[in-house]
Design a protein around this ligand. Structure first.
Ligand SMILES: [Zn+2]
Length: 432
């Protein structure tokens, strides 16, 4: 497998591909304190606490209107009929319909204040509001206020509104990293490149005013992330950098709050390495990914696979998914192979950037030490899905598929279950 990945890096075959998976409904997660919501899915479980690990106390149906009392870990506490109180996952309900019963009122300070669909100035403009007009403010973050606009939820910049104050309590997503800055492009036709130099392959060209999230500095280049999840480098002399907090969410501090991407290596036309009995790496990575997902979901974590079945997926797509949904952790699954059958053995945990990925690698690898296959430790390596990943990420080589010694474990249910438990326990440790 590594041959394929390093080949792709060396030859820069990576092509930016339009991100295909629609994740639009996830953007509702950040919106909190709207007073009531309407259930969007056919039926949604109501749980006794804010996470999938809490027991089920009933269901609500599509179209049901729920009063929201509080928000925690992307779950809403709601009041049900009979005055029962329970929790529903915020991403399963629609929060565009809101009532204004107990919200604060603010006054617009600036003429023609722009109203946006999302808390992001790149989002759709819904209209403008005249100076001195009163607006109902439902929820505030540092820079953005959610208001009631023509019967739906919309956003305006907090600085343009007078007479409101910071909401307290349930804004658990607003405590983002102060170091994160916004990079704004100041020159036409600026290139986002995959390497921090003028010969780095171009990911995309962007125009003046384009904003990126700042990730890190590399010489005279900034590593940045676009809102579509693309990660690359822009020349520092073509941009300005501001101290404005970006919309990057804070890291989860408990696994039940976490969003985790599991990346089953290879897939579709890329079969990966082969065992001596001609079974493919791509099938084992998917099987293990599903086992890990099932185990992780018991903790309440949200788990997303980079491919749901036997699909061909570019390395760029895989890394971008992690950035796009701001995953708290990204785990790529592979099985090693050696040039000669039976000449390799062992489990290895790879990471790329020590600061970003090192702790995740250590916490997961510590759990993998008691497997039936020997552990080769954590190792630093420049692998594409780690290098172009803005989120904490590791790549696991869970044994040599072309070694008969390792393969007898790889194909066994007991080894697979132990790996799933170990990865889950490693992540629990990581989010402590
Ligand atoms: Zn592989």
């Amino acid at each position: 497998m590594k041959k394929i990945i390093t080949f792709l890096i060396k030859n820069k075959l990576f092509v930016a591909i339009v991100f295909l998976i629609s994740l639009s409904s996830w953007s509702t997660v950040a919106l909190a304190n709207a007073n009531s919501v309407v259930v969007e899915s056919d039926s949604v479980n109501v749980r006794v606490g804010p996470g999938l690990s809490y027991s089920n106390m009933g269901q609500v149906k599509k179209g049901d209107k729920l009063a929201i009392l509080a928000e925690k870990n992307k779950w809403y506490q709601v009041r049900l009929s009979g005055d029962k109180i329970g929790w529903v996952a915020s991403w399963l309900i629609d929060n565009t319909e809101v009532s204004s019963a107990t919200n604060k009122v603010g006054i617009v300070k600036v003429p023609n204040t722009t109203v946006f669909k999302k808390n992001n100035s790149d989002s759709e403009v819904l209209g403008t509001i005249e100076q001195s007009q009163k607006v109902t403010v439902m929820y505030q973050e540092q820079d953005w206020s959610q208001i009631l606009y023509k019967g739906t939820a919309a956003w305006v910049k907090t600085q343009f509104i007078q007479g409101t104050q910071e909401t307290s309590g349930s804004s658990n997503s607003s405590n983002s990293n102060n170091d994160i800055k916004t990079v704004t492009v100041t020159q036409a036709n600026t290139k986002l490149r995959i390497e921090p130099n003028d010969s780095g392959r171009i990911v995309k060209s962007v125009s003046v005013g384009k904003k990126f999230d700042y990730l890190s500095k590399s010489g005279n280049w900034y590593k940045v992330r676009d809102s579509d999840g693309s990660v690359g480098y822009v020349a520092s002399w073509l941009v300005t950098i501001s101290g404005t907090k970006s919309a990057v969410k804070s890291a989860a501090t408990n696994i039940s709050e976490a969003t985790i991407v599991i990346d089953p290596g290879h897939g579709g036309t890329d079969v990966g390495a082969e065992s001596q009995s001609k079974t493919y790496e791509k099938n084992f990575t998917l099987k293990y990914a599903k086992a890990i997902k099932a185990d992780l979901e018991k903790t309440g974590a949200r788990v997303v696979l980079t491919r749901p079945g036997d699909n061909t997926k570019s390395l760029g797509d895989r890394a971008r998914l992690s950035s796009k949904i701001e995953a708290d952790a990204y785990i790529s699954l592979h099985f090693d192979s050696s040039d000669q059958s039976d000449s390799g053995s062992g489990v290895t945990t790879y990471y790329y950037e020590k600061n970003k990925d090192g702790q995740l690698a250590t916490d997961i690898n510590d759990q993998l030490k008691n497997l039936a296959i020997d552990n080769r430790g954590t190792q630093q390596k420049d692998l594409y899905v780690l290098h172009y990943n803005s989120q904490p990420s590791v790549l696991l080589e869970l044994g040599y598929i072309n070694s008969s010694k390792d393969y007898k474990h790889i194909k066994s249910d007991s080894y697979e279950e132990k790996v799933a438990q170990d990865v889950t326990n490693g992540l629990k440790e990581y989010f402590k």
